[in-house]
Structures are given as structure tokens and as C-alpha cells.
Design a binder for this molecule. Structure first.
Ligand code: SF4
Ligand code: SF4
Length: 283
């Protein structure tokens, strides 16, 4: 069962929900898909880490074969190739590794070499299998690292929780595309409700079953809850605005391990999610 946890912006509580659901489940895989700014490891503190370097192919020009025809430069729609002094020059940071220039070069002057973009890793946090990764500084896309992570998690048969990057762009799409169910985490503000509407659109486009967890709830009116009611969206659970929770989080402690009331809250939330997944027939 693959559960993706997402939200329209950072800081709403995706990692809080993901890590605590994994702890409540006891036997689960936790996958930190936020390879730009990973933080799941701060809570789970995985041990026995095995690291895999992630590379992408980028073109390399053999100047002894290149006749300066410009076919490659004209083809590259990402402007990763510039024509300088009658030779193509690559800007690897913006190359999307499509391979088109290599295929089209009439002189066979282009080959591909591997460029490191970051790493993926796996380890253990008690009974939880941990997967994560990190992009190298200056890289523009973490998608190759996500693909490596999904390759690593292929053998996982039980519950896998995918802690998605913030927002609703391509890395989030990559993270939810194989999910059986999506949990949208939302804050109780107008801004939070707007961000909820963005990820709501996204899961509808991907035709994913989903429900909402309302975080940082107080007694006052909650625009995200109003959005759910108006759109007939299932509210899976509510997490209160609680200073204790913030203090434990800031120390990298897992609330479900520290406070029995939160273990109960996340155990009930996990049960609710499993019911929803069963109802939608995805597992
Ligand atoms: S297509 Fe090949 S031959 Fe033409 S400029 Fe590019 S590398 Fe040189
Ligand atoms: S591999 Fe694709 S993106 Fe990269 S330089 Fe060649 S055409 Fe451009």
C-alpha cells in the first residue's frame, strides 16, 4: 500500500504526519521524496545507511569529429548548448539529458558521459525501512534521484509512506504517480486553504483517491476545513495546535514515541487511511 503525503507549501506538517504514521504502523517503509530539503532523517535517525550515487547522461563533444554544423545547438530547446567559436559548448546545469543532440549529430561527434546529480540512500530506523536522498547544490531537478528511490523501494510489499516535496510541481507529480492514496495536509489559514486547493487540483488530475488532515487546529474558524466541507472532501483527522508538539519537533523527537495521546491520534489516523484505501479498492 503506497500512501503519499503532500501539501501545497512547506511547513504544513507533511513530515510530521509521514514520520508519525510510519511509527504508528511499526512495520513500514518511509520514503523522503523531498530530495531538495530532506528532513525525515532528523526524526528517524536511520542507521546502517547504504548510499548510491545518482547520475544522468549529458553530451560530450569530440572536437576532432565536429564540423560545426549547429544541428545539435538548433535542436536543444533547453538552451543547454551554445555555439561559441564555431563549436557547441554545453551548459550541463540546464541539460535535461534528453539525448536528442547525440542522436541527431550527423558526424557522430557526440557521446554521453555520466554527471553526478546527488545520491539516494537506504537504512534502518528500528523496524522502519528508511529511504531518502539529496540533490547536489546547483542541480535543477531531483527527479532522477526520486526515480532511483522508487527503484530501491520496488521490493517493498507492505505499507510505504511517501513524504512528498512541498508544492504541486514536477517532483510532487513524480512522487504521487504510483500512490494508492494521497493524504493532503493543510493549515488553518486562508493561505493554507489556497495551497490546499492547488494540491486538490493535482490529485484530481492524477485521479488519486485522497483525504485531508487538518493540522495546527484551534477553536477559531478554519478556512481549510470550510474548503473541505464546500467540496465534499473527506477529513481524515485533525491535529491540534500544540506547543508540546512544536517543542518535540524542534528537538527532532517523534511525538508518537514521546506522548501516548499522539500515538493514539496517529494510530487512529492510520486506521482511517487504511479504511479509505480499502473502500476505494486500490489495495
Ligand atoms: S551536431 Fe555534431 S557536428 Fe554538428 S555542431 Fe553539433 S557536435 Fe558538431
Ligand atoms: S541532451 Fe537534450 S537537453 Fe541536453 S544538450 Fe542535448 S538536446 Fe539539450
Amino acid at each position: 500500500m503506497k500512501i503519499a503525503v503532500l501539501s501545497g507549501k512547506g511547513g504544513t506538517g507533511k513530515t510530521l504526519v509521514s514520520v508519525n504514521l510510519a511509527v504508528a504502523a511499526v512495520d513500514a517503509a518511509y520514503v523522503d521524496c523531498d530530495v531538495e530539503e530532506p528532513n525525515g532523517h532528523l526524526f528517524l535517525k536511520p542507521q546502517e545507511l547504504e548510499t548510491t550515487q545518482v547520475t544522468v547522461p549529458v553530451p560530450e563533444v569530440d572536437e576532432t569529429l565536429c564540423n560545426g554544423c549547429r544541428v545539435c545547438v538548433d535542436f536543444c530547446k533547453f538552451n543547454a548548448l551554445a555555439f561559441i567559436k564555431n563549436k557547441p559548448v554545453l551548459f550541463p546545469e540546464v541539460c535535461h539529458s534528453c539525448g536528442g543532440c547525440v542522436k541527431l549529430c550527423p558526424q557522430k561527434a557526440m557521446t554521453e558521459k555520466a554527471k553526478e546529480v546527488g545520491y539516494a540512500e537506504k537504512g534502518l530506523s528500528g523496524s522502519i525501512r528508511f529511504y531518502g536522498g539529496t540533490m547536489k547544490t546547483g542541480e535543477t531537478s531531483g527527479v532522477p534521484i526520486l526515480r532511483e528511490l522508487f527503484q530501491m523501494t520496488k521490493e517493498e510489499e507492505g505499507l510505504s509512506i511517501f513524504d512528498c516535496p512541498p508544492g504541486s510541481a514536477c517532483m510532487v507529480m513524480e512522487s504521487i504517480k504510483d500512490a494508492d492514496y494521497c493524504i493532503l495536509v493543510a493549515e488553518p489559514t486562508i493561505f493554507g486553504s489556497h495551497n490546499l486547493s492547488l494540491v486538490h487540483e493535482l490529485v484530481k488530475v492524477f485521479k488519486k483517491p485522497f483525504g485531508v488532515v487538518l493540522n495546527k487546529c484551534t477553536e477559531v474558524e478554519n478556512p481549510s476545513e470550510t474548503f473541505c466541507v464546500e467540496h465534499g472532501i473527506t477529513i481524515l483527522g485533525k491535529i491540534p495546535f500544540d506547543y508540546k508538539l512544536g517543542a518535540l519537533n524542534s528537538e527532532g523527537l517523534i511525538v508518537a514515541e514521546e506522548l501516548p495521546e499522539y500515538r493514539g491520534l496517529f494510530t487512529r489516523l492510520l486506521g482511517r487511511v487504511k479504511e479509505e484505501v480499502t473502500l476505494c479498492g486500490n489495495c
